[in-house]
Design a protein around this ligand. Structure first.
Ligand code: HEM
Length: 472
């Protein structure tokens, strides 16, 4: 009897899981729109194919050029991902294909980041989209200008060679603090003094928790200490948002409070307080590292390409010292620098669309992830002649679409980035401020080259961004 139980347990533990994984792999047939080629590729943890997980987008790009346009990538525990290149097919932007949001849906279940597609998500998205209209961003522009001025006047004032990575992170955090929360987060001041602002610490904690949940899935909840830390980090923003909602309700409240996104969601869009709090944190999570990492890559590209830097500086010099929203939109070479950085550096590897039903795409079962390989698409020589060249004029030549199509840095479909206009505005404002004041050079011998490091987003977080700034 005991032997039978032991045998049954052995079968259950040793034989069944591999069979389940095998079944999950082979049932993804990938015919139909994803033809012509499929490759079953070991696992994402296979060092032969993906030597370094933090630059996996580069390895996958190499594999895709070696093996064909459509790859079937098998992750740990048999999670299957179908990766394609070419152009974004129409079905990929379909209204019923949802983006995978593992990691954030636990932390922010009442926000557009965490909600699944459906009526609740639509209601939130309708409330949030107007926050990024031209009129709304025009009202937020002073906050962006103040952060850019503080950055160049104070944080970068000592010039010479320094690591810009933490400073640029603080710049983006201060902007989102004022815009979304109507509150001064003090991140740039903290970066200057060496005493990190509590908002910067809490934001880093929340990002770490998202990553932890993404990596560990349902098992992440078992780590009580880590969960308690995430709750405490969330509390920092929760308290601030709740206080702004309360204070902005007063008829005498200053305009900066009343025009903050959290106040507008509460008083104009009438979202429930908890929803407003989660939405402002979701804007922080979605709009902080994405923008700061993009800023890092643009500065690196400009430092390494003096001719393009000169073109950008000429445009910045010709523009007013304190530009309006319309002036920033008209700086097409600087806008071009932003889209070139988004093209040459894949900031977010996704969006991966998660199949919610069998056969949403013929042959692709429920729970499979399908995603474009943006790294490959961004270097398509047909679309971008001399694809490795950093060429800020491509934007004017029409090689980039309005949102960086055809390599969709801001995603595709109904969940496309809601904050892209803010991202573009703050990045152009940063370039305008920095280039008018400094010349940028690579740091030179003895300093590390900036290296890509993909966690949720792709930034030089391990190497730092060492550049030499020379005042003009
Ligand atoms: C260069 C900077 C940025 C990049 C590259 C970027 C990229 C993306 C991408 C790829 C997505 C996923 C789209 C999808 O699932 O199909 C996304 C979603 C989102 N982004 Fe951005 N983003 C940037 C800046 C911002 C900023 C500044 C904000 C707001 C402050 C923001 C707010 C959001 C939100 C809320 C979503 C979720 C939309 C939804 O699910 O409905 N992003 N972004």
């Amino acid at each position: 009897m005991a032997f039978s139980y032991a045998l049954a347990a052995t079968v259950l533990c040793l034989i069944l899981p591999p069979l389940v994984i095998l079944y999950r792999i082979v049932r993804v047939r990938v015919p139909g729109p994803l033809r012509p080629q499929t490759l079953l590729l070991g696992t994402l943890l296979d060092k032969k194919y993906i030597p370094d997980l933090f630059t996996r987008h580069r390895s996958l790009a190499t594999l895709q050029s070696d093996y064909g346009k459509t790859l079937r990538v098998v992750g740990p525990l048999g999670k299957v991902m179908v990766m394609f290149t070419g152009s974004i097919p129409k079905w990929f932007s379909g209204r019923d294909l949802d983006s995978g949001r593992e990691g954030v849906n636990h932390l922010l279940p009442r926000s557009i980041l965490g909600l699944p597609l459906g009526p609740e998500w639509s209601r939130h998205r309708r409330a949030i989209a107007p926050l990024f209209s031209a009129k709304s961003l025009e009202a937020q522009l002073p906050h962006i200008l103040v952060a850019c001025r503080e950055l160049v006047d104070s944080n970068l004032a000592e010039a010479g060679v320094s690591d810009l990575y933490p400073v640029i992170g603080a710049w983006a955090l201060d902007i989102i603090g004022n815009v979304a929360f109507g509150h001064e987060f003090g991140a740039l001041v903290g970066a200057k003094s060496g005493k990190e602002s509590r908002y910067a610490t809490a934001a880093a904690g929340l990002n770490a928790d998202i990553l932890r949940r993404f990596a560990k899935g349902p098992f992440a909840s078992l780590d009580r200490a880590a969960c308690a830390k995430a709750t405490a980090d969330m509390e920092v923003f929760r308290e601030t948002a709740a206080e702004i909602i309360r204070a902005s309700a007063a008829p005498t409240a200053p305009e900066a409070l009343r025009s903050s996104f959290v106040a507008r969601l509460a008083h104009k869009e009438k979202l429930a307080p908890e929803d407003c709090i989660q939405e402002s944190v979701s804007l922080l999570i979605a709009g902080h590292e994405t923008s700061s990492n993009t800023a890092c890559w643009i500065l690196h590209l400009l430092a390494s390409n003096p001719e393009e830097q000169a073109k950008c500086r000429a445009e910045a010099d010709m523009s007013p010292a304190t530009p309006s929203y319309q002036d920033f939109l008209a700086m097409t070479t600087l806008v071009g620098a932003v889209y070139e950085a988004l093209r040459l550096y894949t900031i977010i590897i996704g969006p991966a669309k998660k199949m919610t039903r069998d056969d949403q795409i013929p042959g692709v079962p429920k729970n499979t992830y399908v995603l474009p390989n943006k790294t490959v698409m961004a270097r398509c020589p047909m679309q971008f002649p001399s694809p490795d060249k950093f060429d800020c004029s491509r934007y004017v030549k029409g090689q980039h679409g309005r949102m960086g199509e055809p390599h969709c840095p801001f995603g595709a479909g109904p969940r496309i980035c809601v904050g892209y206009a803010l991202a573009q505005l703050e990045l152009v404002a940063l370039l305008h401020a920095v280039l008018r004041r400094y010349e940028l050079f690579p740091a030179g011998p003895g300093y590390p080259e900036p290296r890509e490091h993909v966690l949720v987003t792709n930034g030089p977080r391990e190497s730092g961004l060492f550049l030499k700034l020379v005042p003009r």
